[in-house]
Design a binder for this molecule. Sequence first.
Ligand code: FRU
Length: 504
Amino acid sequence: MNHLLAIDQTQLLHHKHIVQGEKALSELAAAASKGKYRNHYHFMSPGGWINDPNGCIFYKGYHHLFYQHNPYSPAWASMHWGHAVSKDLIHWEHLPIALAPSTDLDQAEDGGCFSGCSVIDEQGRLVLFYTAVGKGSSHNRFTQCMAFSTDGIHFEKYTGNPLIESVPEGIRYDARDPHVFRHQDTWYMTIGGSIEYAPSSLSDGCILLYQSQDLINWKYLGIPIHSQGRFGTMWECPVLFPLEDRWVLTLSPMGFGCHTNIYLIGTMDFENCHFELLGSGDLDLGADYYAAYPYTDPTGRTLLIAWQNGWNWMPGWKSFGPTASEGWQGSMSLPRSLSISPEQKLLIHPAEELTSLYANETRIHLKAETLGSQLSWPSPLCCETEFTIERASLTADALLLELRITESYVTRIILDFASSQLIFDRSRSDSHISGENRSRLLRFNGDFFTLKIFSDTTSIELFTDDGEAPMSNNIYSLGCLPILRITSLNGTADINIVHRELKV
Ligand code: FRU
């Protein structure tokens, strides 16, 4: 076939599938816009299903957020790439679907255009890399593909796809989620995968490293780091990036218990294809935080956005929540910023742009007592509440915060100083989810300790001032009372509370 004709056919078909997807989405969006569970300041698609953030990048004056998306239904299937842009990380403008399944490579019903990344190429084009998942003979076929755009809105699939069509020996067929970056005038790509130790059933999560001069031809270099039985059996959505004087690998491991989004800090030797591990930790220890995507903004800040939900293979998973009945499912976490501590731990804080949401503020000083205090909590569905505890005043073993209180439900957050744990208890939060998550209160040794609670309709995100292991959990309790209860166990504590309504 004539080459130009082939290009036209590929783009026409892609365009047709995008238009179809957009039409289906607008019907779901009409229902979703009336939804009671819609968040106020967390990113959501207008309707349908979303999971992983993909290819976050700052391009032509905007933060671009792409994401795994099914515009046909609020359930996972037939993955598209949704797309939105923002100037301030808070107000997002929805753009047309960027990628839709439209070729033999990506048209499996339980496939599509899986997660990936974006880069700006030498001609200034915005280039997307994704895993195409199409039908194969014994199982789905996973290949690594590319699409590009000159306006940052409309994307053409590369007619020479796939760029990488098979996995190296010993790697399971479903390697996926390419991440591309430039280092010392060379392009590199990592792909998440699983090493299979045949004939045993053991497997190890790993990344595969490739190199290219032109973004089209990729040479396989090897496996710079793998789990070695420590960090799970399959690594999804890995992102390798420089931060301060280190290299950081963030990834979402399968088969690593409650550690569903972790980071490894180390040094990277590209010549010998080796990542030297110096430290590791959790990006978040809540139940609803997955596939975090780090990227750098023009000020040099490293930002992090993740999907705020979890998969059914995760420990304690009960449901995706009730929002599918409103025509949508899934939202993104708040943007966070990253730095490294001297102990080789990642410090994670809410992005400072969020302070622009601050509205009516109430300040309270409270001596927490064993009998408990009931405070007014004026806007429980859309607020930030900051608790600062004076170390010298603390004699209690623990503090219990009870919020999202209805006649039947309550959500409990426990600051357990005795065992240095932050506990999020959803066992009585609503009828859709359950369980308990634990994070650490590592640096409770300064004069003050601060806990921030960001609350949105279906989301509670916790941050401590030590910046280690925040917690994101979804809660589906509507009609809660505008109160918060605080009780101290075996002692007292002086607490300063700042409650801020958040206005978008
Ligand atoms: C992670 C993930 C990715 C995959 C995508 C499919 O949540 O399983 O590995 O590319 O979701 O939607």
